[in-house]
Design a protein around this ligand. Structure first.
Ligand code: ZN
Length: 579
């Protein structure tokens, strides 16, 4: 049993370990490969365009994370082609369908990237070019395998001219048109061949050699070798569907429905999650996972234990059908809190419109489990994960709740990820993410950035000013970008560009997005009017950041647009991340 998955970087231990195993396979199976080329693999993945190719690594691993094979694909977006650099099973691991499964995954990726074709080198099946009969036999079986997919060598060119005279076994350039039987113009192939030789072999091929090979391509359109091994052309087209390893891990808080405050004006209602979930299920972009239980210590890692104890205790005391509204706020004498638990609510609350009841606590506790489960999916190697939860959490501070929020799921998940590497939190809810600001205010390993309505007119009114920049060692690691009551799309995109620039400079291992759709047109709690197209653009811009990304649902209350806003945002995020 094995599964194929794409590895984006060496940010989490499970991926670091896979890359080390891939490097070992390279040493075992390709002993002539330059050591430096093997060592630079992690950097190649972290800086995708550094070598003028975007490197894409796939591994086939089993449940124990033993890598049984890998493929390294190089994508040239400028010339719209892909080059398969390596495809190999681990030592003593050939057969079992690993090579075939990897090749099909690579083809699907090439097709998804809208590349014109998949190019790679294959050693010759011509006895004139390969003198060793055993090697020749192996070469024949490889070319036969690729021919099943329609992939055949380019002919009437001097590509297979040995770089050094009398060198045996010079490779053909093979092209897979992904089942489309596409014709290539001479100039297209000349450009692609030049790029392969210049970018892949800068130390091996000199200028004269490259020019000689490029000039040798004269057919127009260029010719591929006629089928030699396959009699009938039954070529499988590459798949168009989203490969399973590129789906977004979705963890939804099913217990959110318990929490329903049926009062006029209480817009934080169960239908919000239902709308989003129904719309997202119609896309192909998600795989759903159930939430796991996580111990309370994850919550007390970012919240005051007294506050957590209080919420737990008071919600267990309140009868099922009743709510406690904080109405006494002992801000002057917090040292002597009221004895009665319901009365004490004001010690931990910033706003009197937030009730505490049994269901609120249960739903909030479950939202935390969802956010942590989604974060753990990131640590297992998923590149994108989404916790679709309510109640939201980003207004909950170290010691106080407020604004529909009880526990700060975003901050709890961010802290959990921060144990593995630096985290940037980008809050794009309409309201300031005062919770994360407060919780991480003196930390430099978690950058908090929030784009929101200016506190002079928008909740929470007391925080979100640009001059709040962090304190002590966290100074410079809190960024607030407050915006006016009425803004244009351009103004918003500009603010997002500024936020993204700061995040790139911070260069975290993980990105956590506190996602609010209350920036959308017609939202009862906001004043802006971001439309679907812009949500897609926002998703795309965030997706282009090269970090594993966890999205946690915060606000958004216009139930007529929530579903389509979510589809737009995640379509953009997915494209930005993978295309
Ligand atoms: Zn909000």
């Amino acid at each position: 049993m094995f599964r194929i998955r794409r590895i984006f970087d060496d940010g989490v231990p499970v991926n670091r370990n896979a890359i080390v195993q891939v490097q070992q396979i390279l040493r075992d199976q390709f002993p002539l490969t330059n050591r430096n080329d093997i060592e630079k693999l992690p950097e190649q993945l972290r800086n995708p365009m550094k070598y003028r190719f975007r490197s894409v690594l796939f591994v086939a691993d089993d449940l124990k994370r033993n890598v049984k094979g890998f493929a390294l694909l190089l994508h040239a977006p400028d010339l719209e082609f892909c080059y398969l650099d390596y495809i190999s099973a681990a030592k003593n691991m050939s057969g079992g369908g690993i090579g075939g499964a990897l090749y099909e995954r690579v083809r699907d990726e090439t097709s998804m990237l809208k590349s014109k074709g998949l190019f790679f080198e294959c050693l010759p099946d011509d006895p004139q070019l390969c003198k060793d009969p055993a090697v020749l036999k192996q070469n024949i079986s490889r070319l036969k395998f690729y021919e099943k997919y329609g992939a055949r060598p380019l002919i009437h060119t001097k590509y297979e001219t040995p770089v050094r005279p009398f060198q045996d076994n010079p490779p053909y350039l093979v092209v897979d048109t992904l089942g489309k039987n596409r014709k290539f113009r001479r100039d297209e192939i000349r450009g692609i061949v030049r790029a392969i030789l210049e970018r892949k072999y800068p130390d091996v091929c000199n200028k004269e050699y490259i020019q000689m090979v490029v000039d040798s391509i004269t057919d127009n359109p260029v010719q591929f070798r006629p089928f030699r091994y396959i009699t009938e052309e039954k070529i499988e087209p590459a798949k168009k569907s989203v490969p399973p390893d590129l789906k977004i891990a979705l963890v939804c808080n099913e217990r959110h429905v318990l929490h329903h405050v049926r009062e006029r004006g209480y817009v934080e209602s169960p239908v919000r999650v239902e709308n989003i979930l129904t719309a997202l299920r119609k896309t192909q972009l998600f795989t759903e996972f159930p939430a796991h239980l996580f111990p309370e210590e994850h919550i007390t890692a970012v919240h005051d234990p007294g506050f957590v104890r209080y919420l737990t205790a008071v919600s267990s005391l309140i009868p099922d059908d009743q709510s406690v509204y904080p109405y006494v706020f002992p801000i002057c004498n917090n040292a002597r809190p009221p004895k009665e638990l319901p009365m004490r609510a004001g010690c931990y609350c910033i706003y009197h419109f937030r009730p505490i009841n049994k269901s609120a606590y249960t739903a909030a506790r479950h939202a935390v489990n969802c956010a942590l489960t989604a974060a753990s999916k990131i640590l297992e190697g998923n590149y994108l994960a989404y916790a679709l939860v309510r109640p939201p959490g980003h207004h909950a501070e170290y010691k106080v709740f407020g604004g529909f929020c009880y526990f700060n799921s975003t901050a709890i998940a961010a802290h959990y990820l921060s144990e593995q590497g630096r985290v940037a939190i980008l809050d794009i809810d309409y309201h300031h993410g005062n919770g994360q600001q407060n919780i991480f205010y003196s930390r430099s390993d978690v950058l908090t950035v929030s784009i929101h309505g200016h506190p002079s007119f928008a909740y929470p009114f007391f925080s979100g000013f640009a001059e709040e920049v962090g304190e002590v060692s966290g100074r410079g690691y809190n960024v607030n970008i407050p915006l006016p009551e009425i803004i244009s799309t351009e103004q918003y995109i500009k603010a997002l560009e500024k936020a993204i620039k700061r995040i790139r400079r911070f260069n975290p291992q993980f990105l956590v997005v506190a996602l609010g759709f209350d920036t959308s047109r017609g939202d009862p709690t906001g004043t802006w009017s971001i439309d679907g197209k812009t949500f897609e653009k926002i998703g795309d811009m965030i997706g282009e950041l090269p970090y594993s990304t966890l999205v946690v649902q915060e606000g958004g209350y216009n139930t007529r647009t929530l579903g389509s806003d979510a589809v737009h945002f995640f379509t953009g995020l997915w494209k930005g991340s993978f295309l």
